[in-house]
Design a protein around this ligand. Structure first.
Ligand SMILES: C[S@@+](CC[C@H](N)C(=O)[O-])C[C@H]1O[C@@H](n2cnc3c(N)ncnc32)[C@H](O)[C@@H]1O
Length: 312
């Protein structure tokens, strides 16, 4: 299949909002070309991009690129991307050059374009997310390495909403406990939960591309005996109770899921929700309380918030 690269040239402050909205519009991931990486002093070998070249980056602003099938309605997608620039401005963010351009790509060049931007990432002292085509030498005995081939699904481990979830999973996955990952995308959080000691993990996603990708990543990490992947709409139809639910989806969708949480969560079980932009934090907190869930803590990365709540 051939692809169309849609490039949104924007400002650094609008990158998060643009990336998230492009994914809401149906793009299954984004790559970000920010000249800031040319100047940054890396603290560790992780995240380094070899052969950095000035020509690959814009001289002003940041380029956010995504790839959509040539057979999809490209014109409509581009129109929505253009109106997104107006939305950004209305929300008081600098849209930057606010240009949307397209380029046709073959299947092979699309795959390579992705790989160039995706390197091992250190999530915490113990946890590393590593693309399957990269090599990495563990630097501690208790290291948790999550191998990923994200394909077309969201969840490379580089998005702050995913990173926040991974950091919380490291602290909240109960040893030999049960976990549900709602909106599993590439399966990254399910694999992490299994590698952090969960006995059973149910990975759910509405999108069949995500289901296929999660199944592949579960096998890649050898955790298929503990992780089941199923297509599903939030917690609808889920029976039984688990120790931990994690969901990295947008605030509005999380709010729709919350009425089902007390039914699916064991007493004293935890819920981790991420994908919450700062402005929506109050809404999510209010709905958590409405469901009788006690807020334990919230952690942040830029404008993103992840909240942990407990069934008391
Ligand atoms: C932001 S991605 C998170 C992927 C991955 N869990 C991570 O943390 O990187 C959100 C995922 O939720 C899925 N999703 C959206 N609405 C859903 C719904 N109603 N039920 C289940 N999954 C849903 C999307 O298909 C997407 O894969």
């Amino acid at each position: 299949m051939n692809w169309v690269e849609v490039c949104v040239h924007t400002s650094r402050e609008a990158v998060e909002a643009v990336s998230f909205r492009l994914q809401e519009m149906g793009a299954d991931g984004v790559s970000i070309e920010d000249p800031e990486v040319l100047e940054r002093e890396w603290e560790s070998p992780f995240g380094e991009i070899p052969a950095l070249s000035m020509e690959d980056y814009p001289s002003e602003g940041v380029r956010v690129k995504c790839y959509i099938p040539e057979t999809s309605d490209v014109t409509a997608f581009v129109r929505r991307a253009e109106s997104l620039m107006k939305e950004i401005e209305e929300h008081g963010l600098d849209p930057g050059p606010a240009r949307v351009t397209t380029r046709k790509m073959s299947e092979e060049s699309w795959a390579e374009a992705w790989k160039a931007y995706y390197k091992p990432v250190r999530i915490s002292k113990r946890m590393i997310v590593k693309p399957v085509w990269e090599s990495y030498e563990p630097d501690r005995d208790d290291q948790v390495i999550i191998e990923l081939d994200p394909g077309m699904a969201f969840g490379t481990g580089t998005h702050p909403t995913t990173t926040l979830c991974l950091q919380l999973l490291e602290r909240y996955v109960p040893c030999r406990g049960s976990v549900i990952d709602v909106g599993c995308g590439s399966g990254i959080l399910s694999v992490a939960a299994a590698k952090l000691g969960a006995e059973t993990v149910l990975a759910l996603d509405l999108d069949d591309v995500a289901v296929t990708s999660a199944e592949a990543n579960v096998r890649l990490n050898g955790v298929q005996d503990r992780v089941r992947v199923r297509q599903g709409d939030l917690l609808r139809g889920v029976t039984g109770q688990v120790d931990l639910i994690v969901a990295n989806i947008l605030a509005e969708i999380i709010v729709r899921m919350l009425p089902d949480v007390p039914r699916v969560l064991k007493d004293k079980g935890h819920l981790i929700v991420s994908g919450v932009i700062q402005e929506k934090e109050k809404l999510v907190r209010g709905e958590l309380e409405k469901q009788g869930l006690q807020i334990v803590e919230a952690i942040r990365d830029g404008d993103w918030v992840a909240i942990v709540a407990k069934k008391v």
